[in-house]
Design a protein around this ligand. Structure first.
Ligand code: GDP
Ligand code: IMO
Ligand code: MG
Length: 421
């Protein structure tokens, strides 16, 4: 069984936690897009891990993890992450494989990301400033450098020199600081030494594992509405965060995928700019007061709102979601009443799917269905039928309105606070 797991909303749905749970029944976990803009939280006992580039499966002894070709890698950030895990007793040797064709995030990508955001002013995207957009931009423009270049010092230095010259000119035109070739060269070649043992042809390796009937789990990063094609463009990230990205980002063909699991919160959150039709100050204030919904990568407060079934219905369609994992049900435990957006009202029309034009999306008003709250903690519940009846009704409505089978429920950040339905 090969499973693709995707975020069905705007990222931070709890993918890391669900991956950690599903890894028990997998042999290999693969990241196939995004970069260290991702922050996937896993809590095991008293320990909390936030993973950025390394698949969350690394926390389960014996499981193999792959950073595949579709990911953009900041080698310095990756070395920091590897060393951080090693210090905490996680063994990576022989368990982590990194694609030689993955593209590099270079310091000029980060500086350009920052400079462009600054110039956009009020129209900024609210990126994580990790250089993700410029790195994917270079990949598409065929001016990117890859890990395969990094492990050949002479080739790397020659290519890097030319790229720094061009990007320094761009940086100067944007009002950013130019970079020193020598400094970047040294930092990156040092990182290469640490990464070298992990770098390989992951496509060939993954196909050999398929021959051996190994079970692969694809760990999506970001979420459906941050997808470069299907998200709220231009307020998106620069990769395909939807199910198809798992194929192009790893070299595993579509017909080898067996199921798609969509992860969604029992409410909605978004970090960064862009439309969020069900955004609600009371829901935000309540969750923030509980110390919840602060970004795992940037620490920014996430914008929060009611569950948006118009969005998740679309996510089910473009990802082909078979099963749903609903997280953070416990976030709504104290409310007297909860609401689900079932349709949008937009310039006199009732819409069941989000419009593609963000300007139009900004004019959409959510049409809500109200549900009685359960006002009881769900955090210790481990069985669907032991949930308060109103919580059961709410979850059934989320699944029905999204159009997929409810499969997993999460009622707390811990591995054990999860049950199958
Ligand atoms: P990801 O990017 O999709 O992996 O999600 P993040 O880790 O960025 O954000 C999800 C947050 O919710 C993290 O702090 C998790 O520890 C937490 N979390 C996940 N599932 C649950 C849940 O069911 N209940 C609670 N209280 N927290 C959860
Ligand atoms: P995980 O995998 C939530 C958002 C940023 C910004 C937009 C573009 O943890 O769910 P980028 O730096 O990618 O160019 O930023 O995308 N964003 C995320 N939001 N979760 C993430 O990852 C995100 N990765 C990027 O906030 O709005
Ligand atoms: Mg996250």
């Amino acid at each position: 069984m090969n499973t693709i797991l995707v975020g069905a909303q705007w990222g931070d749905e709890g993918k890391g936690k669900i991956i950690d749970v599903l890894t028990e029944e997998a042999d290999i976990v693969v990241r196939s897009q995004g970069g260290n803009n991702a922050g996937h939280t896993v809590e095991v006992g008293t320990e909390k891990f936030v993973l950025h580039l390394i698949p969350s499966g690394i926390l389960r002894a014996g499981k193999k993890c792959v950073i595949a070709n579709g990911v953009v890698i900041d080698p310095v950030a990756l070395v920091t992450e590897i060393e951080g895990l090693e210090k905490r007793g996680i063994k990576l040797a022989g368990r982590l494989l990194i694609s030689e064709t993955a593209h590099l995030v270079l310091p000029y990508h980060r500086r350009i990301d920052e400079a462009r955001e600054l110039r956009k002013g009020r129209n900024k995207i609210g990126t994580t400033k990790r250089g993700i957009g410029p790195a994917y931009g270079d990949k598409a423009a065929r001016t990117g450098l890859r890990l395969i270049d990094l492990v050949q010092p002479k080739t790397f230095s020659t290519k890097l020199k030319a790229r720094i010259e061009e990007n320094n000119a761009i940086l100067e035109s944007l009002g950013g600081e130019p970079l020193s070739f020598k400094e970047v060269e040294k930092t990156y070649l040092d990182a290469a030494k640490k990464l070298r043992p992990f770098i390989t042809n992951t496509v060939v390796w993954l196909h050999a594992q398929l021959e051996k009937k190994k079970r692969i789990l694809f760990e999506g990063a970001q979420g459906t509405f941050l997808d470069i094609d299907f998200g709220t463009y231009p307020f998106v990230t620069s990769s395909n965060t939807t199910a198809g990205g798992s194929c192009t980002g790893s070299g595993i063909p579509p017909h080898r995928m067996d199921r798609v699991v969509g992860v969604m919160k029992a409410y909605t959150t978004r970090v960064g700019e862009g439309p969020l039709p069900t955004e609600n100050a009371e829901v935000s204030d309540m969750l923030h007061a509980m110390g919840r919904e602060f970004g795992a990568t940037t620490g920014r407060a996430r914008r929060c709102g009611w569950f948006d079934a118009v969005a998740t219905r679309y996510a089910r369609m473009v990802n082909g979601i078979d099963e749903l994992a609903i997280t953070n049900l416990d976030g709504l435990d104290t409310l007297k009443q909860v609401q689900i957006c079932v349709a949008y009202e937009c310039r006199g029309k009732r819409l069941l799917f989000p419009p593609n034009d963000v300007e139009e999306l900004l004019h959409c008003r959510p049409i809500y269905r109200k549900f009685a709250g359960w006002q009881k903690s769900t955090m210790d519940v481990r069985q669907f039928k032991k949930l308060p009846p109103n919580a059961q009704k709410y979850l059934k409505a989320l699944a029905e309105l999204t159009g997929a089978k409810l499969s997993i429920v999460s009622v707390g950040p811990q591995r054990a606070q999860t049950f199958d339905v």
